[in-house]
Design a binder for this molecule. Sequence first.
Ligand code: IVH
Length: 683
Amino acid sequence: MAPSAQGLVSMSPPESAAQRVEALRREIEHHNYRYYVLDQPVVSDAEYDALMAELKALETGHPELITPDSPTQRIGAPPSEAFAPIRHEVPMLSLDNVFSDTELLDFDRRVREHLGVDRAEYTAEPKLDGLAVSILYQHGRLTRAATRGDGTTGEDVTANVKTIRSIPLRLQGSAWPDRFELRGEIFMPIEGFKQLNAWALRHDQKVFANPRNAAAGSLRQLDPKVTARRPLDFFCYGWGLFPADRLPEAQAELLARLQDWGFPVCPELTVVEGAEECLDYHRSILAKRESLPYETDGVVYKVNRIAAQQRLGFTARAPRWAIAHKFPAHEATTEIQAIEVQVGRTGVLTPVAKLEPVQVGGVTVSSASLHNYEEVKRKDARVGDTVIVRRAGDVIPEVVTVIAEKRPAETSPIQPPGRCPICGAEVVTDPGETLIRCSGGLFCPAQLKAAIKHFASRRAMDIDGLGDKLIDQLLEKGLIEDVADLYDLTEEPVAQLERMGSKSARNLIQALEKSKQTTLPRFLYALGIREVGEVTAQTLAQHFRGLEPLIKADQETLEQIANIGPVVANHIVAFFRQPHNRQVIERLRDAGIEWETPEENHSRPLADKTFVLTGALASMTRDEAKTRIEALGGKTSGSVSKNTDYLIVGEDPGSKLDKARRLEIAVMNEEAFLAFLNQFVTP
Ligand code: IVH
C-alpha cells in the first residue's frame, strides 16, 4: 500500500539519520507518483523541494547511506563516454502496420481464424511517437534500462532513464516478480517540446524538428544532467522477460498491475471487442489527436488474452497478435525548387527548401526547413531532388529524406555560402558550433530587421502593432535605421505608409509611448544581446539593479554571477563595448524609456533557516556565499548550535563539522550546496 503523506512527515525523535533518510525517500517517491503518474499532487512544489533538500543534505553528511535508487540519484551519475551495448534477453520486436479499415479487417480475420473464435478481444491504445525502452527491475528496484537498438542489442541508457520522474526507481506494493523487464515508450509531451525549442531558440541552441527527435536526442545524451532537464515522459505498454507462472490472464490485467506497482499507463488504454470497435476506437483517437498532450501516429491493438497471444506467436520481426493502425501521414513527397538562405537575428544562416507546393495532412506546404548546413550535407539535399517532407502539429515543416533514386542528372551539392546573401559580410563559425553566421551585425539589413522585430516583441518592449510588414516599410522608406529611431517617429509619415492611415499611425505612436514604461529585465532582453534570454536578463537586473553598473561590469565580475558563464559574459562585454550600442541605449533613455529599480528578490524560500559555513569554498568567497543565502531569506551564523539547520563544508573544515555530526545537523559539501541554491533559480 502507498504510504500516506501525513503519516510520514511526523518526525518521532529520536530518529537516526538512516531512518530519516528512508522515511524521506518513501515520502518523495510517493509524491513523485502522485505528481508524475497520477497527476494529483498533494504537496506544493516548495514542500517537495524542501524534502529533497533535506534528503540531499543528509546524504551528503552520511554518504554511506546513499543507494542507487535514492531519488537524489536520479541525476547522480557522471557523464559517460559512450553507451555500452546490452543484449536483450527477450528480443524487442517491432509492430506490423495497417493503413486502412480493410487491412484492419483482414488482420482481425487472420486472428480469429488462427484462434478459431468468432470474436476477439483487444486492448486498444495510441501508438506513441517516441522510442521504445526495456527496463529491468530486480527485487523491486530499477537496475538497468536499454534502448531497442536493432531489436537484439540495444544501448545501456540506465543513467538517463533514471532521470525520468514518472519511471519508479523502486516499486510500490509487493506482489512483483523478483526479476522482470518492463517495456514502454519514452516520449516528449508536445508542451514540453515547444518549451524546449523556445528555450533553444533563445539560447542559440539546436532546435529539434519534432518531439520524437527531441525525445531520442535527449535520451541519448552522454551527460544524464542534460537528460534530467529535458521534459521526458513515459508510458508502459508491455513486458519482455517475465516469469510465465506470474502472468495474469489478460494484457489489460497485467497493465493494471503494472500501474499498481507505480508505472504510468496511457490513460487512453481500453479494451474493445471485435473489429468494429477497433475501428470506432481508431476514429475516436484520430478525432482527438490534435488535443492529446503527446504525438501519436496511430493506434495499437493487441489481442487481450495472453494465452491467445502465445498461440498466435510471432513472425520474424513482429507479433502476430498485435497491429498498429496508422493515421493518415503527416508526410508527403514533393520536389525542391530552390534552396534559400534565411538570416536570423543573431546572424545564423538557415537553409530553407522552397518546394513545389504539396498537401501535407490537409495543409499546403511550399517551404521546409533544412535546419543547418551540416544537415544539408548529411541529407545531401539538392535543387531538383524529390524529397519527403513532414509536418507535425504547428511545427515548421521539415525535409525528412531525399529519395536518391529520383535525383535528376546534373545536380550539384549545396555549398554553405561564404558571404551573407543579404549584406555580403563574411560568414563565420564559432568554435565548436555547427551553425554559420553572418558577421555583419546590425549593418546587415536582415539582422537589423530581426533585431527591431525582437525589440518590439511582446516579451521585450511589447510595442503593439509594430509587425513584420510595418518594420519592412519603415526601413525601406528610411524612416528608421535603428531601434532608437522608433521613438522619433511622428504620425504623418507613418500614416502615408501602405495599409496604414492616420488611425493606425496614431495607435502606433501611442503604443510606442506606452512602451517607454518598462522594466529593466525587459529592456535588457529587448537589446538582443547574444545568449541573453529572459532568464539571464532577469538575473542581470536582479544582480546589478541598474543599467549603468552592468554596462561597466567586466568579464570577471559577470562570471561571478550565478548562472552566467564565460561565453555569455563575453557576449555582454562585447555588446556594451560597441560605441554604436551605447549610443543607441543613450538615445533610448533620452527618448524617455524608464523603469523602476528592480525590487530585491521577494521570494524567501530559506526564511527561518540558519546556515553555518566552515572551510574554504572553491567557487565563491565566504561573503558571496552569505550574500546568496541571505538573498533567499536565510540567516548565517558563526557557530554550530542546535538551532543550525545546515552546515556548509568547504576544504579543510574545522571542528564545526564534528559538532554538526554530533548534533545530527544536515551537512552539505560545496557541490550539494550549489545544487541546493540552484533549485531556487527560476529555470
Ligand atoms: S507494442 C511486440 N505499443 O512502436 C510489441 N509499441 O512500430 C511491440 N510503440 O518499437 C511494441 N506505441 O517503440 C507497442 N502502444 C504501443 C506503442 C508502441 C508506440 C512503438 C514502439 C515499437 C514501435 C513499433
